[in-house]
Design a protein around this ligand. Structure first.
Ligand SMILES: [Zn+2]
Ligand SMILES: [Zn+2]
Length: 444
């Protein structure tokens, strides 16, 4: 070995040791996030007081774009609606995508907090409705900006491309679809790893819950129109009563989860709305049903839909309805959300990273839920990139303890009473996400 090679071996060793020193320790990261917290709290309060409904997240998107630009990201806004993509290139390495959703909900906030949202808007029937970040997407966005800031601050600890995606219209299942359709994975680098979080209304702040494998469900909205032959309520024998037909259908649909789908495959068929008729003594011509379907396995989803069509047709035939009057089934495929499957290998790595960042005692394995999230779509493109979404505890720890001990229920997500313990929740979200992304960049 000549001197030159000895020198380069030494330089390489120094570089490598410098590289590993550059990764912040859990304590350093905690301090670094604490320093940024007052500013992040201001951002949270601003977002909380300026919620915008799905497909209207214009100002929110502008704020996300401005924050990412301030941090040195190359920003594309108004992408797939009011979506924002921030790219930060930091040498050769993998591309890692972090996603936050940006929309609020038509809920009038009733938390009684001094910073409660007082925003109102008009719905499609011109009624005034309140607007609230009732699903905690303001927490997601603040944690997202905090994470971007930490990753830029600690950029000597990783190499690669950081892709920050602020996605609109999650609550209506439209945003991820629109951003992917516009070319999120072709006009920008295709991510090697994809990471997101959702605030939890059933875990205390300071904790994180992780579910490997199926974490959130397939969601379908289905309309059934049940037609009959109307007439006088006193002469039912001269009619075909759609109210009685609808009642039979509602009961028959219960046999799909209980008698058609395997008991080992979780699924839900809920009739959430039933409307028909106008008066006590009139047999109407039509009853309308609105259903929500939930499952994890895509085949179970297809089985549910096929069973609904078969059952309603069979009941229609049994009462002598002619072909054109048989009940019709409409699946709102534009609102279909596929289940979210957390890649088990990546999710285990992320769980390890979060354990070392915030302490093993603060990380729990969470049960899968039947709620939906369009985050799952990012893992279902032809590239099939691994995705992980984790639950970020949001309940004030003392309140959590009190409510659990009393056996009462905590306000859920989408409740007008939902008020996360934002400083601790945001701080935990930033620490957990930053540590996970640094480890993923370093192949850990
Ligand atoms: Zn929601
Ligand atoms: Zn949500």
């Amino acid at each position: 070995m000549n001197h030159y090679h000895q020198f380069s071996a030494l330089a390489l060793a120094m570089l490598l040791s410098f590289g590993s020193q550059a990764k912040p320790t859990p304590q350093q990261l905690e301090q670094s996030v604490s320093q940024s917290l007052p500013q992040l709290e201001q951002l949270y309060l601003h977002l909380h007081q300026h919620p915008e409904l799905s497909y209207h997240e214009k100002q929110t998107g502008q704020r996300m774009a401005a924050e990412l630009k301030r941090l040195g990201f190359d920003v594309t806004d108004n992408y797939g609606g009011y979506g924002v993509v921030g790219i930060f290139k930091n040498g050769d390495g993998p591309t890692i995508m972090v996603r936050a959703d940006t929309d609020g909900l038509p809920i009038t906030e009733q938390t009684g907090k001094p910073y409660a949202s007082t925003v109102t808007t008009k719905d499609k029937d011109n009624n005034t409705v309140g607007v609230m970040h009732g699903c905690g997407h303001d927490i997601h966005m603040t944690s997202f900006i905090g994470t971007a800031e930490q990753l830029v601050k600690h950029k000597s600890a990783w190499k690669g491309t950081l892709m920050m995606v602020a996605q609109p219209a999650e609550e209506v299942g439209g945003g991820a679809k629109a951003m992917l359709k516009q070319g999120l994975f072709s006009e920008f680098p295709t991510p090697d790893h994809i990471l997101g979080l959702h605030v939890s209304a059933s875990l205390p702040a300071g904790q994180v819950g992780i579910t490997p494998g199926y974490a959130l469900a397939n969601v379908d909205s289905v309309d059934i129109s049940v037609k009959g032959k109307g007439g006088h309520g006193a002469y039912p024998h001269t009619t075909i009563d759609p109210v009685v037909l609808a009642a039979r259908i509602v009961l028959a649909l219960q046999t799909i989860p209980s008698r058609e789908v395997s008991p080992l495959a979780p699924n839900v068929v809920t009739v959430g709305s039933i409307h028909g008729g106008s008066k006590h003594n009139i047999i109407s011509n039509e009853v309308k049903l609105q259903l929500t379907l939930r499952s994890y396995d895509p085949d179970v989803r297809l089985q549910q839909i096929a069973a609904i069509k078969r059952i309603v047709k069979g009941i229609g035939i049994s009462v002598g309805l002619t072909e054109e009057l048989l009940p019709s089934v409409y699946v709102h495929s534009d609102e279909t959300i596929p289940s979210t499957y957390n890649d088990p290998q990546q999710t285990t790595k992320i769980s390890d990273s979060i354990r070392s960042a915030i302490g093993s005692e603060n990380v729990v394995e969470a049960q899968p839920v039947m709620a939906g999230e369009d985050f799952g779509l990012y893992g279902l493109t032809p590239e099939k990139r691994p995705i992980t979404i984790f639950w970020l505890g949001g309940v004030e720890p003392d309140k959590y303890q009190r409510v659990i001990e009393s056996g009462k229920q905590l306000p859920s997500l989408h409740s007008s009473q939902f008020a996360p313990d934002y400083p601790l929740t945001i701080k935990t979200g930033v620490r957990a996400t930053t540590a996970s992304v640094i480890d993923l960049f370093n192949g850990k």
